[in-house]
Design a protein around this ligand. Structure first.
Ligand code: NAG
Length: 214
């Protein structure tokens, strides 16, 4: 559970970064390292050091002992202040056997997935009304891209652990987990409405709404 909380905090930090003086694409200055005092849009360049651009330990697998069997760590503006304004986010995700991320979208970025270890089934679904599912089992050394804004699935289908590195072309990719978003919304979405939309029994929806979600 702890790793889920760390993930949520990281996601929250990434969201907060949206209200900074950040923009994607082409900054006017060489860099705009986050000013930790919050007093200026960018840290004084005379105080910037190489450490502002560095993260170590990205080779270490995360702790996947949680209900999702997965752990995600970010090299992003939340962890490396030098990422600010550059339009990039990097993540490492580890998966225990059968580990996964709930189906989700990133409204702000395309996603490139590089499989470092194991075998991942990854796929995305095109928009209404086609809903075509493009999916692949991607093995170590394989690269798969998920176009911006599309629903996608990510799960480990190896017998052992799998690991991926993921790059996003935005400082704030946006994370919306579909089952979790609808079932864990606060205040709750009307259970009768969800039952109808998902073609489920209302008691099933009420039960789902009490579960622990991402
Ligand atoms: C992994 O996480 C679980 C559940 O939070 C915890 O009990 C366990 O000690 C952690 N393992 C390591 C090696 O940190």
């Amino acid at each position: 559970m702890a790793s889920n909380h760390i993930l949520l905090i990281t996601l929250a930090l990434i969201s907060i970064s949206r209200i900074s003086f950040a923009f994607d694409s082409r900054p006017l200055q060489d860099f705009c390292v986050v000013d930790s005092t919050g007093k200026a849009p960018c840290k004084d360049p005379n105080l910037v050091t190489a450490d502002d651009f560095l993260l170590t330990g990205f080779d270490r697998p995360g702790n996947t002992s949680n209900p999702y069997g997965s752990a995600t760590a970010f090299a992003s503006v939340a962890t490396v202040p030098g990422f600010n304004t550059l339009g990039l986010t990097l993540a490492r995700a580890d998966f225990a056997p059968n580990g996964y991320l709930p189906p989700h979208i990133h409204h702000g970025a395309s996603e490139v997935i590089v499989v470092l270890e194991g075998e991942m089934e990854v796929g995305f679904i095109t928009s209404y009304p086609e809903y075509k599912y493009y999916s692949k089992v991607v093995r170590k050394g394989g690269v798969f891209i998920v176009p911006v804004g599309l629903l996608h699935t990510v799960r480990n289908v190896a017998e052992g652990n799998s690991a991926v590195v993921v790059a996003f072309n935005s400082q704030n990719p946006g994370f919306a987990f579909i089952p979790d978003g609808f079932m864990a919304a606060k205040p709750a979405v009307d259970s009768g409405h969800l039952a109808e939309a998902f073609k489920l029994d209302e008691n099933t929806v009420k039960d789902l709404q009490t579960k622990m979600w991402f």
